[in-house]
Design a binder for this molecule. Structure first.
Ligand code: CIZ
Ligand code: SF4
Length: 309
């Protein structure tokens, strides 16, 4: 009897599909993917795909971005309910009103938002390139930054730019407990704390390194320390540990106790190996984006990719 993983790999070949997976996917899904990465890497990869089908093992806005960048491909997502609290915190109609109330601003949105919100945007960014993109805007031009207020505050701190922030956040990165983190650090004084900028300011203040998921992986590879406390979604530890098998990686603790005592994204974890198989078999659920939104949303994503070269 073939394993589910073997059956997925067979089906993938048969259907001429590729599997793109985010670092926050469960380990088994990362292991069968053709490419594992962060939002920026996944967008760049999606654009290059030559196969007929892209199975996107991630959340809805990421699959939408892949569709926008490679519209002739069939893009499928194992669970259509795999959303994002950050994307949901910024509905397009309220955001449009906000922009209209503040004319003359350049609108920069973090990629974690819907295609409709991207269609209202001047430049998209990810956490890998946010500082660079904000710095590309002339100093005298006012900026609206959405939807993540924590990332926004971090960029303000890094660049000295005064940006108007949308009040959105990520449930996963706001779940870290400062008290528990301090306790953990006391028990592991030889560890370095590293954090994703979607985390709250009090967590970021403890960090020796702040950066995107890809940046954090690079940091643990190049930094001489042997132990790290990692403040981002715990799925990252799978790839990170493969890169540094001899180092000790400890997930930062969450306020509420859950199965891993760390912070996990409930949306990312909606995708399972079984759903990946069913999705490939049925070529569904499929991601579709209205043509007018697709056209408008492509422009700020392309600007980002151009500035990220
Ligand atoms: O929290 C997320 O969804 C992140 C960090 C996405 C990404 O890869 O930038
Ligand atoms: Fe959204 Fe946060 Fe999950 Fe990322 S970790 S997909 S920002 S809810």
């Amino acid at each position: 009897m073939k394993s589910l993983k073997e059956r997925i790999l067979e089906l993938k070949k048969e259907k001429n599909a590729v599997i793109l997976a985010h670092y926050y996917q469960e380990a088994d899904i990362q292991d069968i993917a053709d490419y594992v990465g962060d939002s920026l890497g996944l967008s760049q990869e999606a654009m290059k795909v030559d196969a007929d089908i892209i199975l996107f093992a991630g959340v809805h806005f990421m699959a939408e971005t892949a569709k926008i960048l490679n519209p002739t491909k069939k893009v499928i997502l194992p669970d259509l309910n795999a959303g994002c609290s950050l994307a949901e915190s910024c509905p397009a109609d309220s955001f449009k009103k906000f922009i209209d109330e503040h004319p003359g601003h350049v609108v920069i949105t973090y990629v974690n938002c819907s295609a409709e919100v991207k269609a209202l945007t001047d430049i998209v960014c990810t956490s890998s390139n946010a500082v660079k993109i904000v710095e590309s805007i002339p100093k005298e031009t006012p900026i609206i930054f959405a939807p993540d207020k924590n990332l926004g505050k971090y960029i303000i701190h890094k660049t000295g730019r005064d940006m108007l922030l949308w009040d959105g956040s990520c449930v996963v990165h706001e779940a870290f407990s400062l008290d528990k983190l301090i306790e953990l650090y006391k028990e592991n004084p030889d560890a370095k704390i590293i954090a994703h900028p979607e985390s709250e300011t009090h967590i970021l203040k403890t960090a020796a390194y702040i950066g995107s998921t890809a940046g954090m992986i690079e940091f643990v590879k190049t930094d001489p320390s042997k132990k790290f406390i990692v403040a981002t979604e715990a799925g990252i530890l799978h790839k990170m540990q493969q890169e540094v098998p001899d180092k000790i990686l400890i997930p930062a603790p969450a306020e509420e106790d859950n199965t891993c005592a760390c912070s996990e994204c409930p949306y990312m974890k909606m995708n399972t190996l079984q759903k990946v198989y069913d999705c490939l078999l049925n070529e569904s659920p499929e991601i579709t984006v209205p043509a007018d939104i697709m056209k408008k949303a492509l422009i700020p994503i392309e600007r980002m990719l151009e500035l990220s070269k």
